[in-house]
Design a protein. Structure first.
Length: 175
């Protein structure tokens, strides 16, 4: 159990996560914000703000970025089927070729070009390590990036991406 100190209080992150999980479970089961607030003994506005913190932008233009993806072709096929407009997927070999072939300035320009293109999209699904997801959120904005973690950084070797989960994420963003 991870405990943090905030001023003179000790706070359990696990307790917070369990309460949030329960609130979201009740909401997804069909209960209103008011009913959940009464049952849980909290303000309805807290539930509204909590949902706002996790809300993903819906509709609009979608981009998908991911590496190192073992089943790249399968995920690429799903992305095209779901209408993703910008796709940048690499397996482990391809990602290392990208960073080793160009000169430093060429690589920098390539990355900046991709960032400029990606910033045009309403939502970006980012498949990668925990660290890469945090970097994408910092550059593109937390409200835009939907992270799908492949594990803790550094990741070595290809990782399998569950096609069903990917399809559900993309379909949910199109609603």
């Amino acid at each position: 159990m991870e405990i943090v100190r905030i001023g003179d209080k000790l706070v359990s992150k696990a307790k917070i996560y369990r309460r949030v999980e329960r609130i979201l479970d009740l909401r997804t089961s069909g209960m209103s914000q008011q009913d959940v607030a009464q049952q849980e003994g909290i303000d309805r506005t807290f539930i509204s703000r909590l949902e706002g913190l996790g809300e993903l932008r819906k509709g609009g233009r979608l981009a998908l970025i991911g590496f190192p993806v073992e089943n790249k072709e399968e995920i690429l096929s799903i992305a095209h089927r779901e209408g993703v407009e910008f796709v940048l997927l690499f397996n482990d070999k391809e990602r290392w070729e990208i960073v080793s072939d160009p000169t430093g300035p060429e690589l920098f320009n390539l990355i900046m070009e991709w960032v400029a293109q990606i910033k045009e999209y309403d939502a970006v699904v980012f498949i990668g390590s925990d660290m890469r997801i945090r970097l994408a959120e910092a550059v593109l904005g937390q409200e835009v990036v939907v992270g799908m973690s492949l594990g803790q950084s550094p990741i070595r070797g290809d990782r399998y991406v569950d096609p069903q989960v990917m399809a559900e994420i993309l379909q949910g963003l199109k609603m």
